[in-house]
Write a new protein. Structure first.
Length: 287
């Protein structure tokens, strides 16, 4: 037998009960369909959500985020964000040393054969020659102060730097700058390097020794002659002028062991020096 149709009053009562039950579960009667239909990423929602109900997939604080706060970056959708957590760091310019910086000398345990030592002796002894590149090639890699233990060729020859101070001042500067020779070496007669360079008129070597190694220390030969007296005795006007104008020598007070000043050294001079050169030094010291 067919069931009797429900009355309109009962239908309205059932609809109200269903509405109240949905309101107790969701809080809003119109959100029942939205919660029952799950939203899948990549599929458009069935109905566009309201602005006040839209959910933003972004953490509100660093505490609710699985990544540290320092790793959160703004992602621009118009750029290639392949390395968001570790963005590329701008490379800093290399700290190239300035051009005037002297390179640190490199030392090793290299030793020379007797033939190589003879080659070095010939280079520092040769007048008007002396290959600096060859000398540097032979001595690169040798221990510190290695050249101080090598004497030049000949019976009265001094060390390599003492011989180079006579013939080749550039080689002497290289030996001192690369710590292959000591700045206070002497020749067999006891004359220091600065007196040798002053006597032979090598102004660059005198300036290097005084400004870099010696300073205002007083250097004399066994006879008590200073670099100024040695330069005046040998007629080296440029060295005399630099020693006086730079303040490293005082022509009126400097004397040797016999009490002679620079003026007497220039007036006497050695016989092999032309008289005109000695006369210019005398005139300079008098004025």
């Amino acid at each position: 037998p067919s069931k009797p149709a429900p009355s309109p009053h009962k239908i309205l009562q059932a609809n109200r009960a269903a509405t109240e039950a949905a309101k107790d579960k969701t809080g809003h009667p119109h959100q029942l369909a939205e919660k029952q239909q799950p939203f899948h990423q990549g599929e458009p929602p069935t109905s566009s959500p309201q602005p006040h109900t839209a959910r933003i997939a972004q953490p509100t604080s660093a505490a609710n985020c699985s990544r540290p706060a320092s790793a959160i970056h703004h992602i621009n959708p118009h750029q290639n964000n392949t390395n968001v957590l570790h963005p590329p760091v701008a490379s800093s310019p290399t700290n190239t040393p300035p051009a005037h910086t002297t390179p640190v000398p490199l030392h090793g345990n290299k030793l020379l054969t007797p033939s190589e030592i003879q080659c070095l002796q010939s280079h520092v002894k040769r007048r008007g020659g002396g290959n600096l590149e060859h000398v540097a090639q032979l001595l690169t890699g040798t221990p510190r102060w290695f050249a101080s233990d090598i004497t030049g060729a000949g019976r009265w020859a001094g060390t390599l730097c003492a011989e180079a101070a006579v013939w080749h001042p550039k080689i002497a500067v290289w030996l001192l700058a690369n710590q292959k020779s000591r700045p206070r070496e002497t020749d067999p007669l006891g004359a220091p390097l600065v007196c040798i360079a002053a006597a032979y008129g090598h102004l660059n070597l005198v300036q290097y020794l005084v400004t870099v190694h010696l300073g205002n220390t007083k250097e004399t030969d066994p006879y008590g002659a200073t670099p100024l007296l040695c330069a005046a005795w040998n007629g080296q006007l440029s060295v005399v002028q630099w020693r006086v104008t730079s303040g490293h020598s005082h022509p009126r007070t400097e004397r040797d062991c016999r009490g002679k000043t620079a003026l007497l050294h220039a007036a006497c001079g050695i016989p092999t020096v032309p008289r005109e050169r000695l006369a210019r030094i005398v005139q300079y010291l008098l004025t």
